[in-house]
Design a protein around this ligand. Structure first.
Ligand SMILES: NC(=O)c1ccc[n+]([C@@H]2O[C@H](COP(=O)([O-])OP(=O)(O)OC[C@H]3O[C@@H](n4cnc5c(N)ncnc54)[C@H](OP(=O)(O)O)[C@@H]3O)[C@@H](O)[C@H]2O)c1
Length: 330
């Protein structure tokens, strides 16, 4: 089958290739991939940025998000049948959505929201799981709380705004001038133009800040929290709890060292810091599907490319100007 394979780590490491068709294990669902979406994580994994934490061995097929049709089910699988339309964020070390087919652990799969096309559904899993897990499971966002979402026009931010509104929060987001209307249409109560406003001048009133921009922004974010507030970074530095999540508790001291500065600064300010890295979760995706079906949440698509143009699609996301999600379809 055709696939896009990382044959060495680095910016030119992804290439089209013919690879063997995957065989589903007893707990797997074999999916005919109709659409896959691109995530910044694809570039990072391609470049080997997480090599020690996520030890992919080249060559491997890239791609973290898919929607498609079940072609076969493993002998232990209950709940899925051949022909079902599904979507998934396959778990780490079993990725490979940039391919005609992928065998996915059935625990990572859910029925696709019926109201969404394959392209729309492929845009959902990673960012929707990330938004839900960060805001509900980590931050426990409550109605009326103040939530600041950085980069609200991006793939992740556009979903976090919607989930935060669904939870009843008052949402502020940062975006480029040209995207202010779009983020308001997603539900943001306040849209801050990051080209004209110094974010550090925002009021110190947030219960939760979700930061996807990196170190400088994170340090500013800490100063915008009210006492006891929580800054969640999805880009690092990793904290000791992440070592536990990965099943590598021996790495806790390393993670503690990496995040020592930000955790110390948070302590001094009387606020909290948490690194967040999303997990595959088919059961949660099934619940989220209901929110897409009833229109509470909607996918935001920037551009759709043909499967053959996967390299161009990855480059488009790498450029960092995506307004919503970028999808490849077959
Ligand atoms: N840890 C996790 O579980 C997890 C999950 C999902 C994503 N992430 C990470 O989160 C980051 C964002 O992911 P994504 O999928 O949203 O990427 P994306 O779609 O490529 O995000 C790009 C968006 O960021 C905006 N942006 C860039 N600089 C900005 C600034 N200073 N202020 C406000 N907006 C700014 C861009 O708008 P402009 O045109 O204004 O630049 C663009 O709309 C990536 O690093 C990704 O790896 C982590």
């Amino acid at each position: 089958m055709r696939a896009f394979v990382v044959d060495h780590h680095g910016p030119d490491g992804l290439r089209p290739a013919e690879v063997p068709t995957p065989r589903p294990g007893p707990g797997d669902v074999l999916v005919d991939v109709r659409a896959a979406s691109i995530n910044p994580l694809d570039r990072m994994v391609r470049d080997g940025e997480f090599k020690r934490l996520l030890p992919y061995r080249t060559p491997f097929v890239l791609g973290h998000d898919l929607a498609g049709v079940v072609r076969a089910v493993g002998s232990d699988v209950r709940g899925f049948r051949v022909g079902d339309e599904v979507y998934a964020r396959p778990r780490d070390l079993r990725i490979g959505a940039f391919a005609e087919q992928l065998a996915v652990d059935a625990a990572d799969v859910a029925l696709k929201p019926t109201s969404l096309s394959f392209a729309e559904a492929a845009a959902v899993p990673l960012v929707a799981l990330a938004a839900w897990q960060a805001l509900v499971e980590v931050a426990d966002v409550r109605p009326g709380q103040e939530v600041l979402v950085h980069a609200g026009a991006g793939g992740l931010g556009s979903t976090v705004i919607q989930v935060a509104k669904h939870l009843g929060a008052h949402v502020t987001t940062t975006a480029h001038t040209r995207d202010l209307e779009a983020v308001r249409a997603l539900g943001a109560d306040e849209a801050v133009d990051h080209t004209t406003t110094n974010v550090a001048d925002l009021p110190t009133r947030y219960d939760v800040v979700l930061d996807s921009l990196g170190a400088d922004s994170l340090h500013t974010s800490l100063t915008l929290l009210r006492p006891g507030g929580l800054a969640i970074s999805v880009v690092g530095p990793p904290d000791p709890a992440f070592a536990t999540q990965l099943g590598h508790p021996l790495l806790r001291p390393v993670m503690a060292l990496l995040s020592r500065r930000v955790r110390r600064r948070a302590r001094r300010l009387g606020v909290r810091y948490s690194f967040f890295f999303m997990r595959a979760d088919g059961a949660r995706l099934a619940q989220l599907a209901a929110l897409y079906e009833d229109g509470t949440l909607r996918p935001v698509l920037d551009r759709t490319f043909d499967f053959d143009q996967t390299l161009e699609a990855v480059a488009h996301v790498e450029h960092g100007r995506a307004r919503g999600k970028v999808v490849v379809t077959r």
